[in-house]
Design a protein around this ligand. Structure first.
Ligand code: ADP
Ligand code: ZN
Length: 786
């Protein structure tokens, strides 16, 4: 398939000067002379060793030039590795990221390459491979009599093309010396061959055929295919990105609200598929990928890390030949990651499935990027560069002229707003495949329950009865709670003492199995006191309040002693096999009730689950974040989507203390559009994203005074840069005012144009002289304001 493609690294450019980004975070490109003997081997993306100060440093070539502004230049020392690691388009993408997300370009480059690839310490696994040689019948007959072991090896090898020595030795039940003897006589040939470390192991998948699409699916697929056609791969953005065109306006992934729309280029508009849960979005992705492959183009599929379940990967592996599909995610071993990455880069694999960083996958002829569950916050990296893989995908699509398809049952307000404004093309799947009903969502008012029950209960009568009914019918139940642990905090009813983390401004969480208190932010572990630790109180009645998954599990076990209950959260999921085991057991009906955190809310498909209980629907509502309503709505609808995927109609019971909240009421009706209209109006009134764009600057340090001083200095300097249209809030202590003994202050900036903000911030921070123990972090388009 890839025969006609010229790999990008095969191109030779002869230039005198290389622009090099050095691994030390200096945020600058340095010019080096290319010595004549390296003229053929230095390309954009080459990893090189260069003299830097008095030592050698490693870096990447990010540009080539004929002349330099600087006088005497040092020479590149050597080129590391045979081929350049970064393609010129991905390099262009990292340059854009550096500017857009206000981070040094070497950091952007760094996150575009897996560490194992960057460091180059691991390479392909070479192993001895054995093929049959020549042997006459008489010789073989002699072996059969005199050297049975050797004969057995030949028998095992007979009829096969060859096999790895280790496997041959095992099958023939012999050892390496036997092989040596055979090789010496020429009866077998031993050579070195690379063996791929395959994350799927020998797993076999039952192949699936494309399904006949529903009318709505067909329309969505045609939009995708048209976008792939329009994406001719040679499409270049008309505007410049990065150093090539200084002064050119920096493009944003989806244009600028309020501002002029971007110059159009030949890259097609991104497509947003809003399809209710169970409407068959995955089938559209599969057929669009197939179409892209037909056009000789590659595809990248991004899924949230948490949804990278065997179930998700299986769908792709079952539809396409094994060699075509590679996975990139955090559970791979270093060797596996090396092999998968190089397979993609060498053009041996044309479909990449992965989490956030797979957006940088080095495919050669990108035709399509799919971002599934595009609303997921895990696409945003929470350390520098604080990029959102969804938005980087949109930008990569533009740079490479590839189609970009975003899908979700509950699109982010940002994406839907873009669709409303015509920046994205919208496709809607309004019903489930086969017109199965959306599950009924019943709301239980826990305030009433509490009055009736004279106290707080984990399970309302309604939920308990519903579970009972399902268990009677041998149907399965999922109970969802967005919090790990047993109780949220340790609390003394007499003096009001609450156990806090000594390093962070949060309460500690009680974990009953381990009989300890944990901080979910820094991992601090403390023992559980028998009496109130307050020296003036010492009351033995110290108790736990709030609830976590562990407590729900215990309450369920108590209410239904015969039911088989399993908890699934990150405390239980210590290994990846454990995750598979539990899902497998649930799927075959060995578990009746699954209790879990958001881990079970994503992308799982269990036909016999007919009841989903949401233990506390308003947990997210009380976060100090303007997106709290949006998160609650998304969570409810997504969790509800797990119910009733089989033949039996599903039911959802959601317990809440705030049944009147809009997010909960709209979720109850599965009314995305209603919620969107309501919420976008709120945002408009408050001038919040996506109506405006936001940048959050967080200043942190061990010394509260120093951090505060730096924050105030930055705010004062920023004030001078602001135009009336821009809004600044703060500095104020962050909602999580202290993490790991670091005090945190925030400055929140809003504007119609994000560029105005990042420019102002760059101006201020570039001349800022902050003490070395105070850290300034810039978060463009933040998804969490804690
Ligand atoms: P979504 O990702 O939108 O939540 P899925 O892709 O999981 O939905 O689809 C739900 C189920 O419907 C899956 O079992 C899938 O195989 C099936 N399905 C999808 N499209 C079709 C179709 N056109 N005809 C029949 N079944 C389909
Ligand atoms: Zn802590």
């Amino acid at each position: 398939m890839s025969s006609h493609r010229t790999p990008w690294y095969a191109r030779t450019v002869s230039a005198a000067i290389a622009k090099v980004v050095v691994d030390l975070a200096l945020d600058r490109e340095f010019d080096y002379r290319i010595p004549p003997h390296l003229a053929e081997t230095v390309h954009i993306g080459s990893r090189v060793a260069v003299p830097f100060g008095r030592r050698m440093a490693q870096g990447y070539v990010v540009g080539l030039a004929d002349t330099s502004m600087y006088g005497t230049l040092k020479e590149i020392g050597e080129v590391v590795g045979k081929k350049p690691l970064l393609g010129d388009k991905v390099l262009e993408l990292t340059r854009w990221m550096a500017k857009y997300y206000c981070c040094p370009v070497e950091l952007a480059v760094k996150c575009a390459l897996p560490e194992v690839v960057r460091k180059g310490k691991i390479s392909w696994k070479e192993r001895q491979y054995v093929k049959a040689g020549k042997i006459s019948e008489e010789d073989f007959a002699r072996l059969l009599k005199k050297a049975k072991k050797q004969a057995r090896v030949l028998q095992v090898l007979h009829g096969s093309e060859g096999m790895f020595a280790s496997k041959l030795i095992e099958r023939a039940n012999t050892d390496a010396s036997t092989l040596k003897r055979l090789a010496a006589k020429g009866y077998i040939e031993i050579s070195e061959q690379t063996e791929e470390r395959d994350p799927f192991g020998g797993e076999v998948f039952l192949p699936t055929e494309p399904l006949a699409l529903t009318a709505e699916q067909q329309i969505a697929l045609e939009l995708c295919n048209a976008a792939i056609d329009a994406a001719d791969g040679r499409a270049r953005p008309r505007y410049g990105i990065g150093a090539g065109s200084p002064g050119a306006p920096l493009p944003e992934p989806h244009g600028r609200p309020g501002g002029p729309s971007l110059p159009s280029n030949s890259a097609p508009k991104p497509i947003l598929i809003r399809g209710v849960t169970g409407s068959g979005k995955a089938e559209i992705y599969l057929q669009a990928i197939e179409y892209a492959l037909h056009q000789g183009r590659d595809a990248i599929v991004l899924v949230p890390e948490i949804a990278l379940t065997p179930q998700t990967v299986e769908r792709f592996r079952a539809r396409f030949p094994k060699q075509q599909v590679t996975v990139l995610h955090s559970h791979l071993s270093e060797g596996e990651r090396h092999d998968q990455w190089h397979k993609i880069r060498d053009g041996q694999s044309h479909i990449v499935i992965g989490a956030r960083s797979a957006v940088f996958a080095p495919v050669q002829a990108l035709g399509l990027i799919v971002v599934d569950e595009e609303h997921e916050t895990s696409y945003k990296q929470d350390e520098a560069p604080r990029y959102n893989a969804r938005d980087v995908a949109v930008m990569r699509g533009r740079i490479e002229g590839a189609a970009v398809v975003l899908g979700s049952a509950t699109p982010s307000l940002e994406s839907f707003y873009n669709a409303q404004r015509g920046r994205y093309t919208l496709a809607t799947l309004s019903h489930r495949v086969d017109h199965r009903k959306m599950p009924l969502i019943r709301i239980v008012d826990m305030r009433q329950e509490a009055i009736r029950a004279k106290g707080l209960y984990v399970l309302s009568h309604r939920l308990r009865d519903a579970i009972y009914a399902r268990l009677e019918k041998k149907e399965q139940v999922i109970l969802f709670l967005n919090r790990r642990g047993y109780a949220t905090h340790l609390f003394c009813p007499k003096c009001g003492y609450v156990a806090h983390c000594p390093n962070c401004s949060v309460t500690l969480t009680y974990h009953r199995k381990a009989e300890q208190l944990n901080c979910h932010l820094c991992g601090h572990v403390a023992g559980v006191p028998k009496v109130c630790p307050n020296p003036e109180c010492r009351d033995p009645a110290i108790r736990y309040s709030g609830m976590g998954t562990e407590k729900v599990e215990a309450a369920i076990q108590k209410a239904f002693p015969k039911a088989r209950v399993q908890r699934m959260d990150s405390d239980v999921m210590t290994t990846k096999s454990r995750y598979r085991e539990i899902l497998g057991a649930f799927r075959v009906g060995k578990i009746d009730i699954l209790v879990g955190t958001q881990m079970i809310a994503k992308g799982l498909h269990f036909p016999s689950v007919t009841l989903v209980g949401i233990v506390c629907a308003d947990m997210a509502l009380h976060l100090p974040d303007f997106r709290a309503g949006e998160r609650t709505f998304q969570l409810l609808v997504q969790v509800a989507g797990r119910a009733g995927r089989g033949d039996v109609e599903g039911e959802v019971v959601a317990q809440t203390f705030t049944p009147h909240y809009e997010a909960i009421q709209f979720a109850r009706q599965h009314d995305y559009l209603g919620f969107y209209e309501y919420e976008i109006e709120q945002r408009r009134e408050n001038r919040m994203p996506p109506i405006t764009r936001m940048v959050c600057v967080t200043i942190r340090g061990r010394s509260e005074e120093k951090a505060k001083f730096v924050a105030e200095t930055i705010a004062r300097d920023l004030q001078k840069q602001l135009t009336p249209e821009m809004l600044m809030g703060g500095p104020v202590p962050a909602p999580l005012a202290r993490i790991q003994n670091q005090y945190r202050f925030q400055i929140m900036l809003r504007s119609e144009q994000v560029m105005r903000l990042t420019e102002a911030i760059s101006k201020v921070t570039s001349v800022l002289r902050a003490p070395s123990d105070v850290n300034v972090a810039v978060d463009v388009d933040p998804v969490s304001l804690l």
